[in-house]
Design a protein around this ligand. Structure first.
Ligand SMILES: NC(=O)c1ccc[n+]([C@@H]2O[C@H](COP(=O)([O-])OP(=O)(O)OC[C@H]3O[C@@H](n4cnc5c(N)ncnc54)[C@H](OP(=O)(O)O)[C@@H]3O)[C@@H](O)[C@H]2O)c1
Length: 303
């Protein structure tokens, strides 16, 4: 039987003939955070999706417990596993390296150890595996400078033990669909609308995509049969100050409450790479399309 999307279109070669029902079975860990709900929606066009969170989602599982992961994977028998479960709080990683390792490496190890060998295992990673100088970074330029980056890189290495591993290094913004979770753009919009004073960092550069684009390109990468490590970001990039100004211009919000400053002005924070812009040439070639620019992506935001 040929697998088809729910809309009736045939799946690309790499994901065809995988599921007897004709639909690909996805299992998403960390489905209840910022990115997970967008990935779930994008995956639904191609198959059935089981959303796993620690406390929310279709199924609950403490993924730091390998036997819970093994039982869930055996029960769902997924063809594509996507892992978004992580400790993303950079300062929390720095103050508790053992927790960072448990969340950002050991969860990935448990997934890889229980995943069928013919499955695709997508590990969502970060631009913080790069050192922060001499950007934009190609995929080989890894040299993390904080515990978050180090633990995420260790997670990538666990993922790459699996023959079907696809590691995507991302950064993103866009409207959170999860109560209690706010993206950078949510935070900026909230403060610009309320008039609360905020500092926009001019010494911190990145090349993020809208959450919808990360999700769409992730599923595109799976259906194109990509394996290995890829940067998944916007073309070009800018400082967070330029990002905030462009967002405010696009949404016609007053920037009178903002000041430009440096990330290092805030004491007590973990070190962060200053320039995290990624070179997206490799994924553009693999998918046969140009990544959007950061401005294109900002223009997708609505109030
Ligand atoms: N946020 C960013 O700006 C950013 C930037 C670059 C890269 N990334 C990467 O993108 C990925 C997704 O990030 P995100 O911001 O969407 O994450 P998030 O909002 O912090 O969500 C984390 C998810 O992990 C789940 N989780 C936490 N502990 C767990 C456990 N012990 N067992 C199972 N699940 C657990 C949470 O479930 P509950 O809700 O049930 O607790 C939630 O679904 C991560 O790999 C991150 O490193 C994020």
């Amino acid at each position: 039987m040929r697998a088809r999307t729910k809309a009736g279109n045939p799946l690309p070669a790499d994901t065809r003939n995988k599921s007897e029902s004709g639909l690909v079975r996805f299992l998403i860990f960390g489905a209840t955070g910022l990115l997970g709900p967008y990935l779930s929606d994008a995956a639904e066009a191609f198959g059935t999706v089981v959303r796993c969170g620690k406390n929310q989602g279709d199924v609950h599982c403490d993924a730091t417990n390998p036997s819970e992961v093994a039982a869930l994977v055996s029960h769902v028998s997924p063809e594509v596993i996507i892992n978004c479960a992580a400790l993303t709080d950079v300062d929390a990683c720095e103050s508790d390296a053992s927790k960072a390792d448990r969340m950002n490496r050991k969860i990935v190890a448990a997934i890889v150890d229980s995943a069928p060998t013919d499955a695709v295992v997508v590990q969502i990673s970060t631009d913080q595996v790069y050192p922060g100088t001499n950007a934009p970074f190609e995929e080989s330029c890894i040299d993390p400078i904080n515990e978050y980056g180090r633990s995420k890189l260790a997670g990538e290495r666990e993922a790459l033990r699996h023959p079907g591993a696809l590691v995507l290094r991302v950064n993103f913004f866009g409207p959170s669909r999860t109560p209690g979770r706010m993206s950078l753009s949510d935070w900026m919009i909230k403060n610009l609308v309320s008039g609360a004073p905020i500092t926009l960092f001019e010494d911190s550069e990145f090349s993020p995509l809208h959450l919808e684009s990360v999700a769409r390109f992730t599923i595109d990468a799976v259906t194109h049969g990509l394996r290995g490590v890829y940067n998944l970001g916007s073309r070009q990039g800018a400082s967070k100050a330029e990002f905030g100004q462009a967002l405010a211009r696009h949404l016609s919000l007053d920037t009178g409450n903002t000041r430009r400053g440096k990330s290092t002005d805030i004491p007590g924070r973990a070190r962060r790479p200053k320039d995290m812009r990624m070179d997206v040439t490799r994924i553009e070639a693999a998918l046969g399309c140009a990544m959007p620019t950061m401005c294109d992506e900002i223009h997708r935001l609505k109030l």
